[in-house]
Design a protein around this ligand. Structure first.
Ligand SMILES: [Zn+2]
Length: 277
């Protein structure tokens, strides 16, 4: 739960997507120091700083049944550079424990399950060694603190079943759920093909993991799976590539999306009146 002076980041940044990140200690080099000193008022010496690196995300389908494209990773590479690192999602000034001084896309030579070159977005972070963060440094060094959570906004989230960009309009499918398609069942995945904002990189004890296939929030509105359940079609036609003009199906999608928004508004009104009584 979030205490006073803290808040649930998803409430403050509507549509924020959270992902788990992994952290590892890193030796500071002269090169690192030069990059770090771009962010400091006075030049720091190697013994003044502690550095660590973090894999913020990669382009493999993750536990939330979402995957980044290289373009989206490139967006985050730019957006996370210079960002402060916080602890436990607490966005208060005295909780800024580190800063990201360099970001890079690293190819390992491996391939993803879908056969594309596997790549990771790696952030290099520094901390100024002080008495107050000696414990945190010891925890990172000792491998006790090794997980983090990144929060960002997607500018494109494409459904694998119907190709709808859910940042523009929600479709009826949920990542991780299985749907009938021409040619058999298919598990829905969402492709994040661009990012518009980086909200936080937080060191956390246990990274928050949203349960896939229950709710989704790409536009800031959270929609629940049951909102769509009653109009789940028997079969979803496979999309064709030749569509350039709006089709009946797309018009139907728009109508379904509008109907959904109306139902969400009604459900919210019910929720509010229930809580006020
Ligand atoms: Zn869909």
């Amino acid at each position: 739960m979030y205490e006073k002076n803290e808040y649930a980041p998803n409430e403050v940044f509507p549509g924020m997507i959270s992902k788990a990140a992994s952290i590892a200690p890193n030796e500071v080099t002269e090169d690192d120091l030069a990059q770090i000193n771009k962010y400091t008022l006075e030049p720091l010496a190697a013994e003044d700083v502690y550095t660590f690196k973090a894999v913020l995300c990669d382009n493999e389908v993750d536990r939330q049944h979402e995957r980044f494209t290289p373009k989206a990773l490139g967006d985050l590479q730019k957006l996370f550079l210079g960002k402060t690192v916080i602890k436990d999602h607490r966005h208060v000034a005295d909780n800024q424990v580190a800063r990201i001084y360099a970001t890079e896309l690293v190819e390992t030579g491996k391939a993803t399950k879908s056969g594309e070159p596997y790549m990771q977005l790696v952030a290099h972070c520094y901390m100024v060694r002080t008495a107050s963060n000696a414990d945190l440094i010891a925890e990172i060094k000792g491998g006790i603190k090794r997980e983090g959570s990144v929060g960002f906004a997607a500018s494109s989230a494409i459904c694998s079943i119907c190709q709808t960009d859910n940042v523009k309009s929600y479709c009826r499918h949920y990542p991780g759920r299985s749907y009938e398609k021409a040619g058999g069942k298919e598990t829905c995945t969402f492709t994040l093909d661009g990012c518009s904002d980086a909200y936080e990189f937080s060191l956390v004890a246990v990274p928050a993991q949203k349960k896939a296939g229950v709710t989704k929030s790409y536009t800031g509105e959270v929609v629940d799976e049951k909102d769509f359940h009653e109009e789940e079609p028997e079969t979803v036609e496979a999309p064709t590539d030749e569509q350039t003009e709006p089709t009946t199906e797309q018009t139907d999608n728009k109508a379904a999306s509008l109907a959904l928004r109306a139902r969400i508004a009604a459900a919210r009104a019910r929720h509010i009146s229930t809580h006020n009584n």
